[in-house]
Design a protein around this ligand. Structure first.
Ligand SMILES: *Cc1c(COP(=O)(O)O)cnc(C)c1O
Length: 401
């Protein structure tokens, strides 16, 4: 069987009609006309092809973007949210009700961790955090009332890889849904094809790739998406975090260059990881053979997009990490900023920033050092030049000879 190609899949969703440009027209309406009252009633009770109820539910721009996202993921449907956190929290609140239990990776994104640890438990949902790369621990943590197993395909900042097919088997045993956050690795992994029930994204990162907006997406079967936007009890419809249609239009255009960007991010990250190793600084990158999940990643990934654009190095102390990042920024290597998936290189010290919601005790458990510098490697055309600047920074600080 030919392997699923997420990049070619989005090419199949072209819509052609006489009044349409090559890009879908931008929706500029919050509400929409119906030719008859009957049709409006029908639309309130479900979907009517070609008709839109209200922009918080669906609108033409978001529909165009979501058709492309669903094609990329291989799901029946998708829904676009105003942020990645909205995609995650709506999905979880749709699946988890009072008395339910969730097994979640303890290395999840800081915001997700805080939501699961401090927020949703107030609503009578129990959460157990485990190392989801330890399949035995996951199974042991599952109970009769476990409704969700939640993980990220590539974890932050240690870049561990989730065994999605095996996690699905465990989820099936308990009648739970496997929800996977694929923000770090769009196209690199196709979690739905690997067995996830629902795939969530922060489109703020690679998918949009311009750092000019915050957005999210939920990819799943039509039933789940329709449940989410059900007018009587759908979490997305009732909490209302819909993506603005202007943004949907601009993100759609960026989605069509995602495959080229991912390949270049991966190529540059691999180069950087290898060069760091050559000068005696151990780089953490799943593309390197010595990475603990290198073999697993090779089994699961869509090879043509590479091993992703994230790498991490460990300088031992937060002070050293900070000095180094400042120096790199002065030298034009990139920006000292959180977030990822941008065309310029971004770096941050994980323990004190993006993972600061994760208690130190957990940080230690997952092997995170306070001197960890995480890179989101940019699209630099000449990575050798960029690396020469990184080396200069290290030399000036006397971190290398
Ligand atoms: C950034 C991020 C989120 C949150 O997305 P926002 O768009 O900032 O709300 C969730 N998961 C991961 C893995 C992220 O990197």
């Amino acid at each position: 069987m030919k392997k699923f190609d997420p990049a070619m899949a989005i090419n199949s969703v072209a819509e052609i009609s006489p009044e349409k440009g090559v890009n879908p027209n931008i929706n500029d309406s919050a509400t929409f006309c119906f030719p008859t009252g009957d049709l409006m009633t029908e639309t309130f009770h479900g979907e009517t092809e070609g008709y839109y109820l209200y922009s918080r539910h669906w609108n033409p721009s978001n529909m165009s973007l979501c058709k492309a996202l669903a094609a990329m993921e291989g799901t029946e449907a998708a829904w676009a949210t105003g942020s990645g956190m909205a995609a995650i929290t709506c999905t979880l609140m749709q699946l988890l009700k009072k008395g339910d239990h969730c097994v979640a990776s303890m290395t999840v994104y800081g915001g997700t961790f805080a939501f699961l640890k401090n927020y949703i438990q107030e609503y009578g949902v129990e959460v157990t955090f485990v190392d989801t790369t330890d399949l035995k621990a996951v199974e042991k943590a599952c109970k009769k009332n476990t409704k969700v197993i939640y993980t990220e395909t590539m974890s932050n900042p240690l870049l561990r890889i989730a065994n999605v097919p095996e996690l699905r088997k465990i989820a099936d045993k308990f009648g739970a849904k496997l929800v996977v956050d694929n923000t770090f690795t769009p196209m690199v992994f196709s979690p739905y094809a690997l067995g996830a029930h629902i795939v969530v994204y922060s489109m703020t990162k690679y998918i949009n790739g311009k750092n000019d907006c915050v957005a999210g997406a939920i990819c799943a079967d039509s039933k789940f998406i329709n449940d989410l936007i059900d007018v009587t009890n759908g979490t997305a419809m009732l909490l209302g975090p819909v993506l603005d249609s202007y943004r949907a239009t601009s993100i759609l255009k960026n989605l069509y260059t995602l495959h080229i960007r991912m390949k270049k991010h991966s190529e540059n990250a691999m180069y950087l990881a290898q060069e760091f190793n050559k000068i005696g600084i151990k780089a953490n990158y799943p593309g390197l053979e010595e990475h603990i999940d290198h073999k697993l990643m090779k089994k699961e990934f869509n090879e043509q997009f590479g091993f992703g654009g994230m790498i991490a190095i460990d300088l031992g102390t937060a002070e050293k990490a900070n000095n180094f990042m400042q120096k790199m920024q002065e030298k034009g290597v990139g920006y000292l900023a959180v977030s990822l998936g941008y065309f310029r290189t971004l770096f941050s010290c994980s323990g004190k920033s993006t993972s600061s919601e994760v208690p130190e005790e957990y940080q230690k458990k997952m092997g995170m050092s306070e001197g960890l510098v995480r890179y989101s490697v940019g699209l630099d055309n000449d990575m050798a030049y960029t690396f020469s600047k990184i080396k200069e920074a290290l030399k000036e600080l006397k971190y290398i000879k």
